[in-house]
Write a protein that binds this ligand. Structure first.
Ligand code: ATP
Length: 433
C-alpha cells in the first residue's frame, strides 16, 4: 500500500483500527491484508472497481463477516468481543438497497434503529422517542413520518434509512453506495446530508462510493481498493491521480479540476490516444491553457515536461499535481536565463512540442523564442491563427510564430480531440498540419 498526505487530525482519537484483514468466501479471497486507521470525525470514501472487496470490508467492520485472520478494533476492543447490541450503539450500517416488504411507516422504520437500546418487552422510553425525533429532524424526514415507506421516492427512502441508522446514535456510520440509483438532485441531497452529519453532528463516516466524481466531492480521506487489497490511501489529490486510477480501472482517464470546488474531475480518455504512449512531449503553456492537455498526455502514457512556468500558475499547479517535471520560475517574474536554458534543453530533447493558446507578454516570450531556436521534432500549435489576440509584445509573438512555421515541422490543432490523430506513431511525421 502507498500513502498520500492526509489533513492532520492530531487531536482526534482513533475510533477504528483495521489490522491485516484476510477474508475468504470458501476458497475465494475477498480481502488480502487490509489495514486502516480511522479517526474520530474522519470522512472516508472507499473506491474501487466491481469485486474489489469494498462491501466485504464494510461487512467485516460491522461483524457480519468473520475474518480468517486480522482484526477490527472499535474503541479499543475487537469487534468479536463486543456484543452485537453494544457494537450497534457504536457503529451503524446503511447497506445497499434495504428491502422493507411490509408497509411500515417512516416513523416505524426509524424506530427500528433503537433496537440495540431497547429492553425486551419494555415500552419505549422518552430517550428513545427523542432519539427518533432527532434522527428524523437532521435527515429532514419529519414531514414523511406517517407515510408508508415503500411509497417514498428513492431519495426519500435513502434519507429514512439514514435516519434509522442515526436513531442508533452511533459514533460511526458505514454507508454502502448511498447514492446508487439516485438522480442528480437526490444524489446532491444525500451527499449534503452525509457532509452535514459529519461536520455538524461529528459523525465518523466510512462510505463506499462507486462514482469517482461523487466520491471526490464527498470525501476527506480516500481508500482505493482492487482485488481485495488497498492500492492507494490518502487525500483526494493523491488517490485521484490519473496513473493510479488507470492502473486500477484499466482504462485511460483524464483528471481535470472542478471550476468551483477545485476538486478533481475524472473523465474517460479516448482509448485511441494511448497509442502515443512513450512519446516525449514538452508543453509550452500557462494560465490554465495547458490543464486538459497535461492530463490527457500523462494519461496517454507520454513522457511529459512543461515550462517554463511561474510557480502558482494554474498550469504549474496541474503539472506538479500530475508529477510532470516543470521548468519553474519565481511568481510574477520574467523568465531567467537559467529557466530559458533548461527550457531549450527539454524542447530540444522532445519528440513533440505542444504550444497551447497561452498569451505572450515580456515575461514569457522567451518560451516562444526557445521553440524557434531548439525544437527538433514536431511542433503542434493550438489555434495559431489567434496568436495576434494574445500577443502582448507588440507583434513579437506573431513574428516568432511565423518563423516557427517557416522553419519547423508544424501541425495545427483546434482542440484536445485533434491530438490523438497527430500523436499516433504514423502521425509523428507532422503530416497532420
Ligand atoms: P461491487 O462494487 O461490485 O459491489 P465490491 O468491491 O463491494 O464489489 P465485494 O462485494 O466485497 O466487492 O466482493 C469481493 C469479492 O468477493 C468478489 O470477487 C465477489 O465475487 C466475492 N463475494 C462477495 N460476496 C460473496 C459471497 N457471498 N459468496 C462468495 N463470494 C462472494
Amino acid at each position: 500500500m502507498d500513502g498520500g498526505s492526509l489533513p492532520p487530525s492530531p487531536d482526534a482519537q482513533v475510533t477504528l483500527s483495521i489490522l491485516g484483514l484476510e477474508v475468504r468466501y470458501d476458497a475465494h479471497p475477498a480481502l488480502k491484508g487490509v489495514s486502516l486507521e480511522v479517526r474520530e470525525g474522519d470522512l472516508w470514501v472507499i473506491l474501487g472497481p466491481n469485486g474489489a472487496g469494498k462491501t466485504t470490508l464494510l461487512r467485516t467492520i460491522a461483524k457480519v463477516l468473520k475474518p480468517q485472520s486480522g482484526s477490527v478494533i472499535v474503541d479499543g476492543k475487537s469487534v468479536t468481543d463486543w456484543s452485537v447490541s453494544d457494537l450497534m450503539k457504536r457503529i451503524s450500517v446503511v447497506p445497499q438497497g434495504t428491502p422493507f416488504p411490509f408497509s411500515f411507516t417512516v416513523e416505524e422504520v426509524v424506530m427500528m434503529g433503537r433496537t440495540p437500546h431497547l429492553t425486551p418487552l419494555a415500552p419505549l422510553t422518552k430517550r428513545d422517542r427523542e432519539a427518533v425525533e432527532w434522527a428524523m429532524t437532521v435527515t429532514d424526514v419529519l414531514s414523511l413520518r406517517d407515510r408508508p415507506f415503500p411509497q417514498l421516492s428513492g431519495g426519500e427512502q435513502r434519507r429514512v434509512l439514514m435516519a434509522k441508522a442515526l436513531a442508533q446514535e452511533p459514533k460511526t456510520l458505514l454507508l454502502d453506495e448511498p447514492t446508487a440509483n439516485l438522480d442528480l438532485r437526490y444524489q446532491a441531497e444525500v451527499l449534503e446530508l452525509i457532509q452535514r452529519l459529519n461536520q455538524e453532528q461529528h459523525l465518523t463516516v466510512i462510505s463506499v462510493v462507486h462514482d469517482l466524481n461523487l466520491g471526490a466531492h464527498l470525501g476527506r480521506q480516500f481508500l482505493l481498493m482492487k482485488a481485495g487489497q488497498i492500492v492507494a490511501c490518502g487525500d483526494v489529490n493523491y488517490v485521484m491521480n490519473p496513473q493510479v486510477l488507470q492502473q486500477v480501472y484499466e482504462v485511460p482517464v483524464t483528471v481535470s479540476r472542478h471550476p468551483v470546488t477545485g476538486r478533481p474531475v475524472i473523465l474517460l480518455t479516448d482509448r485511441r490516444i494511448v497509442a502515443s504512449a512513450g512519446i516525449r512531449v514538452h508543453i509550452v503553456c500557462g494560465g490554465g491553457t495547458g490543464v486538459e492537455f497535461l492530463s490527457a498526455l500523462v494519461s496517454a502514457g507520454c513522457s511529459v515536461t512543461a515550462g517554463a512556468l511561474n510557480r502558482g500558475d494554474t498550469d504549474y499547479e496541474t503539472a506538479v499535481l500530475l508529477g510532470v517535471p516543470v521548468v519553474e520560475e519565481e511568481p510574477f517574474t520574467p523568465l531567467s536565463e537559467r529557466a530559458v536554458v533548461q527550457t531549450k534543453d527539454w524542447i530540444q530533447k522532445a519528440d513533440v512540442v505542444l504550444l497551447t493558446e497561452v498569451p505572450f507578454g515580456w515575461g514569457n516570450i522567451a518560451n516562444l523564442q526557445a521553440i524557434l531556436e531548439s525544437a527538433k521534432g514536431l511542433v503542434i500549435t493550438v489555434n495559431p491563427e489567434r496568436m495576434a489576440e494574445r500577443d502582448f509584445v507588440n507583434g513579437k509573438a506573431v513574428d516568432l510564430l511565423n518563423q516557427i512555421f517557416a522553419t519547423k515541422q508544424v501541425a495545427t490543432i483546434h482542440s484536445l480531440s485533434d491530438l490523438d490523430r497527430l500523436l499516433t506513431p504514423s502521425g509523428k511525421d507532422g503530416s497532420g498540419g
